[in-house]
Design a protein around this ligand. Structure first.
Ligand code: FES
Length: 164
């Protein structure tokens, strides 16, 4: 073998090793990068919150339930106090209303004597199904998703807007 052929072979092996090493690094870096950065591309989302035992919610009587809501945003989980007006007619199906009036967001209350939700800010009035009875509210009360798991009521406090 000549000196020139050895040099060419060494150069070929050197380049081949570099290319294989580079491909191996890429094969490791791409999945790792996707795993680390994936939370940035996900929409922030409210988490389901266990708010009460099903048996604790009175049948036919709207009840304000307070809870801590959690929202994942990227790598961060944000917590904050929240509440919902929960209504059930049978102890099995539950409706949870956003506690903010659909007019300008004031907190409203349930008036048991009238059987209606009343907003003190501009006198909007809603029935127990959340429908607007009077006042300036442009749509029914906003709702949160609910589900029952075992004997617990869970709420996902992301507003589902119902058009009026
Ligand atoms: S905020 Fe409730 S009526 Fe205006």
């Amino acid at each position: 073998m000549t000196e020139g052929m050895d040099a060419g072979r060494r150069e070929f092996l050197k380049r081949g090793t570099l290319i294989l090493g580079g491909l191996t690094l890429l094969g490791l870096a791409i999945p790792s990068g996707v795993y680390v950065l994936a939370p940035l591309w996900k929409r922030s989302e409210e988490e389901w919150v266990e708010v009460a035992a099903v048996s604790e919610v009175p049948v036919g009587q709207p009840t304000k339930i307070e809870f801590v809501r959690r929202k994942k945003d990227g790598w961060v989980t944000i917590e904050g106090r929240s509440s919902a007006w929960v209504v059930t007619a049978d102890g099995r199906q539950f409706t949870a209303y956003d506690p903010r009036c659909t007019h300008l967001g004031c907190p409203y209350r349930f008036d048991a004597a009238q059987g209606k939700f009343l907003c003190p800010c501009h006198t909007a009035m809603f029935d127990i199904d959340g429908n607007v009875l009077s006042g300036p509210a442009p749509r029914p009360l906003d709702r949160f998703e609910t589900k029952v798991v075992g004997k617990k009521l869970l709420i996902k406090p992301a507003v589902e807007k119902k058009e009026g």
